[in-house]
Ligand binder design. Structure first.
Ligand code: RAT
Ligand code: ZN
Length: 435
């Protein structure tokens, strides 16, 4: 190494963006570029402030996240029935005492709360929560959001918007306008997975549909979707699906998907995001924490991608056992884009395994992660964890490449990180400006 190169490597910088980096420089360069690249968070359950109480933030919401509630019931004698009668702050106090004082918070979800407290310079091992509560109470939500986005290193938040949610749809009808950082997604779970329970809500919004989706129902559902797309300006349509999802199928789900949703996506030029593999409410006593996972038969996806080449599918599968097949299908069908390490997969050990496999099989043609945040400040820890886990995997890929004969430049790394965390999202989810 020349003296100049040695000096540059000890400073962790390259002299020239287009000159190959010395292997020793690569890990630091990857970490720097990951830190400096604003991420598009393509799936969250966050809401802009205009959505009022749907928009969750602060310590009590962080502590009562359903990932932590699941852990509470493993370490406390409180019954779910008793827990649900407590006020939000009493629930948060109980979770704090149980998981953070009486136990060491080493699980992914508990460590996340610790990282958020640290980000705001709040005590991470206090006996109780008055200081944290006072801090969040003193923030103005609008400026707090900007600070959180900056701390998380994200530029855009993609929401989950259900046109049949009784708390949400009236806000859209009143003309709610999310600010430019927030983007809508037209979520279809109630329609596709529970039509018998929800068709009347579609009727109540002025559409002629019936329980069997017969007669003009299908064209009315398409009109419903087109009207909602106009109102929400969504970046895609989306649905979570059970492990038993099959396609094609004579079921209501199969018919509505083939005859209403896929044609509507084509007409409106929107991708469809499919999240496959959830086993809803295996334990209803614990509410949102009561969903589980099952291995899906991805022939359904093969059939969709092949038979609907003019539709585009973003796909996340919940079962670890389905991940390799998903990569294989992505190699067969370029109208499918794998995304995220979803829900129970968002732990370093599994993110590491999945991301390595995806890079090996797909290069940079996938979206590595989404946060699934439900409470604003969660994006801080979830994205820090993603950067921390994925940085070394990318660096290792470059090490192998360089061993095989091709060094990488800073410009290469910037292009790859931008593609993974921004451009793939921009190509599949047009983040339209609302101004
Ligand atoms: O990760 C979660 O919070 C889950 O409860 C689900 O919301 C899931 O991500 C989904 O979008 O259905
Ligand atoms: Zn989600």
């Amino acid at each position: 190494m020349t003296t100049e190169l040695l000096k540059a490597s000890s400073e962790g910088k390259s002299l020239n963006k287009d000159a190959p980096l010395a292997p020793v420089q690569v890990p630091a360069a990857v970490a720097e570029i990951l830190a400096a690249t604003p991420i598009i968070d393509i799936h969250t359950h966050l809401f802009a402030p205009a959505f009022g109480k749907l928009s969750l933030w602060g310590i009590d919401e962080l502590l009562t996240y359903h990932y932590l509630e699941a852990e509470l019931f493993r370490s406390s004698t409180v019954t779910p029935e008793r827990y649900w009668t407590l006020s939000k702050s009493a629930q948060a106090d109980l979770i704090w005492r149980t998981l953070f004082i009486e136990n060491t918070p080493i699980s992914e979800a508990t460590r996340g709360v610790v990282a958020v407290l640290k980000a705001f310079h709040l005590p991470t091992n206090a006996a109780a929560l008055p200081e944290a509560r006072a801090f969040f109470k003193s923030q103005s939500f609008e400026s707090h959001i900007l600070r959180v986005l900056q701390l998380a290193g994200i530029s855009d938040i993609v929401m989950t918007n259900d046109p049949l949610d009784p708390e949400e749809f009236p806000l859209w009808l009143k003309g709610v306008e999310p600010p430019r950082q927030f983007h809508a997604v037209l979520r279809l779970d109630r329609i596709l997975n529970a039509w018998p329970a929800h068709w009347q809500a579609v009727v109540a919004q002025g559409y002629s549909v019936d329980a069997q989706a017969s007669g003009k129902s299908i064209s009315e559902i398409r009109r419903f979707l087109a009207d909602w797309a106009k109102r929400m300006n969504p970046v895609c349509m989306a649905c979570s699906l059970p492990d038993s999802f099959a396609f094609p199928s004579d079921s209501m789900n199969g018919r509505l998907l083939a005859e209403a949703v896929l044609p509507a996506c084509r007409e409106l030029n929107l991708s469809l995001s499919l999240m496959i593999g959830v086993r809803k409410q295996v334990n209803p006593r614990i509410g949102l924490a009561g969903d589980a996972v099952g291995r899906a038969n991805l022939m359904a996806l093969e059939n969709l991608c092949r038979d609907f080449p003019d539709n585009r599918f973003l796909v996340s599968v919940l079962s670890r056992e389905n991940q390799h097949e998903l990569c294989v299908y992505a190699r067969k069908f370029n109208n499918m884009l794998p995304f995220g390490c979803w829900w129970f997969l968002n732990n370093p050990s599994i993110v590491e395994e999945m991301t390595r496999e995806r890079i090996e099989m797909l290069g940079t043609s996938f979206i590595p992660q989404h946060s699934d945040a439900r409470v604003l400040e969660q994006v801080i820890y979830k994205w820090a964890n993603t950067r921390r886990t994925i940085g070394p995997i990318l660096a290792e890929s470059y090490r192998l490449l360089s061993e095989d004969g091709r060094g990488v430049t800073r410009a290469d790394i910037e292009r790859d990180v931008t593609r993974l965390f921004r451009s793939n999202a921009e190509a599949w989810l047009p983040l339209r400006s609302r101004t």
